[in-house]
Design a protein around this ligand. Structure first.
Ligand code: TXA
Ligand code: MG
Length: 277
């Protein structure tokens, strides 16, 4: 299904057999929990214990690219959450996703890519290697990188950066939100170092050379160079499908020009660091 971030491989969150199929299709390790997509706060309360702090964030950012990690309720099979007592949940800002969830109920959906590969941001980029599935074509995803994941089970902490920034989150909860893995064992599962990778090797560089293929802020110098935006939101929206296009063209290496090291580029940097590692 389409969402505003990336396409998801969706199944009924309450059906353990369906959940099993999603893990198998992705080749995803069982210790990586899934996000449960809901149609609003009422449904969120059916799958999770929604705290006052969570309500504040929901009021400000849902529907939208914000995933909240909260204590889980029993309707969600432990397979969805990789055995954790918490569940990650979000309300997508896409009419097709919302219509589907309203019709069938909460949907567990990881990004619709094989484990460690690029997340699809257009229907045609969904990997046929996932097996037998239907694609609901909702057009290109507007945000283009995965949601911000915030753990609210302790001091609020961003586990995965996204378009919604640390500053906006801190402002909404009225305290400083930290970033990074939650301290302690087994708390930030599924954050693998190598991730979001095209099939082609990726290297970061100061500037693309004349003959190289990749992403550049400047005027392209050959047909295998794609010009990207200096606006981080527009850059994010085109990042994955630009990499998918270069992948399809069978280039030997993708070179990506380093964006500025400023807070607005944090989520993009997270993806670039992982796809080039
Ligand atoms: O934008 C998105 O979030 C997309 C669209 C389809 O909604 N979904 C997505 O799902 O990116 P996935 O499975 O590729 O990533 C889920 C992330 C992982 O980093 C996982 O570790 C984290 O959410 N997560 C899920 N449940 C968690 C939990 N109970 N505790 C901590 N992290 C959790
Ligand atoms: Mg993913």
């Amino acid at each position: 299904m389409p969402t505003e971030t990336v396409y998801g491989l969706a199944c009924l969150a309450t059906d353990p057999e369906a959940v099993e199929k999603v893990f198998a299709a992705k080749g995803r390790p069982p210790e990586s929990p899934l996000i449960v997509h809901v149609s609003g706060i009422e449904q969120a309360k059916e799958v999770a214990e929604v705290s006052e702090q969570a309500e504040k964030l929901i009021a400000r950012f849902w529907p939208g690219p914000l995933t909240l990690v909260l204590p889980k309720r029993a309707v969600i099979p432990s397979r969805v959450t990789a055995g954790l007592e918490t569940v990650a949940t979000r309300m997508p800002r896409h009419p097709v996703a919302l219509a589907l969830i309203e019709r069938v109920g909460p949907l567990a959906a990881p990004s619709a890519n094989r484990f460690t590969k690029l997340s699809p941001t257009r229907a045609e980029d969904v990997d046929p290697a996932l097996g037998e599935f239907l694609v609901l074509d909702g057009g290109p995803c507007q945000i283009g990188i995965e949601s911000t994941v915030v753990d609210l089970t302790g001091t609020p902490r961003v586990l995965r950066p996204g378009q919604i920034s640390i500053a906006e989150l801190s402002d909404a909860v009225g305290q400083v939100v930290e970033i990074g893995p939650t301290p302690g064992p087994q708390r930030s599962p599924g954050l693998h170092e190598r991730h979001y990778s095209p099939a082609t090797p990726v290297r970061l560089a100061h500037q693309l050379r004349y003959e190289e293929a990749g992403l550049t802020f400047e005027e392209p110098q050959n047909s295998r160079q794609i010009q990207v935006s200096r606006d981080p939101a527009i850059y994010a929206a085109m990042l994955y499908f630009s990499l998918a296009d270069l992948d399809r063209r069978g280039v030997a290496e993708i070179v990506i020009e380093r964006p500025p090291q400023t807070p607005e580029w944090l989520a993009v940097w997270d993806r670039l660091r992982r796809c080039s590692s």
